[in-house]
Design a protein around this ligand. Sequence first.
Ligand code: ADP
Ligand code: ASP
Ligand code: MG
Length: 449
Amino acid sequence: MIVMKFGGTSVESAEAIARVAGIVRARLDRKPVVVVSAMGKTTNKLLAIAADAVAGELKPALAKLAELREFHVRESAGLGTDDVVEAHFQDLDALVRGLAVMRELTPRATDAISAYGERISSLIVAAHLRRCGMNAAHVDSRSVIVTDRRHTQAAPLFDETNRRLRETLVPMLDHSVVVMGGFIASNEDGVTTTLGRGGSDYTASIVGAGIGAEEIQIWTDVDGMLTADPTVLPGAHRVKVCSFTEAAELAYFGAKVLHPATVLPAIEKNIPVRILNSRRPEVEGTLIVSDPPPCSTPIRSIACKRNITLLNIVSTRMLMAHGFLRRIFEVFDRYETSVDMLATSEVSVSLTIDNTRSLPAIQAELEAFAEVSIEKDLAIVCMVGENIRRCDNVSARAFTALDGIRPRMVSQGASQLNLSMVVAAADLQRAIESLHREFFRTPDPASFE
Ligand code: ADP
Ligand code: ASP
Ligand code: MG
């Protein structure tokens, strides 16, 4: 058994879905479960429609919905899915009109709306595989993936989910290709939830671990994990192999190619994860395993995260009083805002966040016991590699390579496989180019291409 997850661009059109069918057909002997994202940018579009509706802009919302409906009808033409696509869009129409009346978008309603992308795409892909002669069976992910009630960021309840996956999916795979939507799930009452943006990767690994798959494949629009974000640095190398912890760290620090939680279920069952390109299926991709072969290059890849805000928090009592850190973190906890990087001195704490939704409230609470200054328009550059702990000159080389770019904050050691720095957003491109040139001039051919 294998799990094959196809992202938005890999199912963005009838043509793309035809490529998916070819890729799946070539692997039928491995008993695939196919997990699909919403087609193209459908999730973004659904969320924009919802935002229009709650803002009272019903007309533009309905116009965008009609466009989205036409897109789905066009790309699924000839598959015999017209009625079911139509029914889903009628439900959406009612939901959108309801939002325009209520003028309130709760997390629960957000999930109800955004789930339609994967609900519809999975039906279309299943029909397409059947049209190509495969015995494809659609499973509604909401009937097997059970989560808590944290709408838009729900966490799976693994015992129940694994039981359902084993009982439902495993027997089906003897005779069918199972097709299901990523990202979507339901809570114990059967109410639709989602796993967070980019969560279809996570669905794939939840399913893979639940059924005990031999491999989890993430099919996307790049050749694998690359040595730098291709939107910042075109022409980076393909990472042939890396460890689970390296992949998780890269994902957490901005390598969007993988949802950060993806490797967790895979680690638990030691299931290899492979990132592959659905436009170039012949490329080997990136293999993510627990224990990759030794590599002479000190770092595996450079990730980056934009839109970072730095808070400098200085204790008004001059000395860092006992309990100061606890009080700070309690504030961030209360506003469900996670901290990415942290540095402390005797009287001050600097930390970064990327979610600034609650920043004014956080700032007000911190100012009750500290002086707070805020810097915006920053970025994190994060070099990741298990070798960082073994090489003693990585930071020296990194700072020399930066050649005049002054990091606002540096962190090394927390996981021993990452060296991160905060730089001005305006310096991001140059920082990555310089670091990449320094560390990937002659990458080890056993681990990079
Ligand atoms: P999908 O829709 O298939 O889930 P995503 O857009 O979520 O695809 O992820 C793939 C994208 O991740 C790539 O197109 C690329 O722009 C981006 N990306 C960022 N960092 C990296 C990296 N280090 N290696 C590969 N891709 C990366
Ligand atoms: N469609 C969802 C999103 O755009 C999930 C995914 O594609 O992984 O976030
Ligand atoms: Mg993705």
